[in-house]
Write a protein of this length. Structure first.
Length: 138
């Protein structure tokens, strides 16, 4: 029996198994997300719109969202991305670090150190002359 054919069959079986497993996992996560989207919940849409879900029409795939008091938007149900948690994200405070002060050269007010790309090191140096392009002769 050919061993390469057996190895290919095993690799194909492993590939199908992992595809099936990841598909099931995605379906489970989608079902959990859809179960958390009920009227009265704060939601976020695919295009970043936040609001309170007022009503879901399963038959027509329409959702009514109140973005600000008195403003109700009618959107497609599939544009609802997720239910937003009420908890505010915790932001770690980092101590402020003072920016290093640049040391300036007093005679021409440039930073001391290596020259920037394209900067002339010798200010008295002669600038290159730009010549007119040569005309093509036939």
């Amino acid at each position: 029996m050919d061993y390469t054919l057996i190895l290919i069959a095993i690799a194909l079986a492993v590939f199908v198994f992992f595809q099936f497993r990841s598909s099931r996992k995605r379906q489970k996560e989608t079902a959990e997300r859809q179960a958390s989207i009920v009227p009265g919940v704060e939601i976020m849409t695919n295009y970043g719109l936040y609001g309170k879900l007022i009503d879901l029409d399963e038959e027509n795939n329409i959702a009514l969202i109140e973005t600000t008091p008195g403003t109700v938007l009618k959107v497609h149900r599939q544009t609802i991305l997720k239910a937003v948690d009420d908890e505010a994200p915790v932001v770690e405070e980092t101590p402020e670090v003072a920016a290093p002060t640049a040391q300036l050269n007093t005679d021409n007010a440039i930073q001391v150190g290596e020259p920037e790309f394209g900067e002339r090191v010798d200010p008295d140096a002669k600038k290159p002359v730009r010549r007119a392009p040569k005309k093509a002769t036939d």
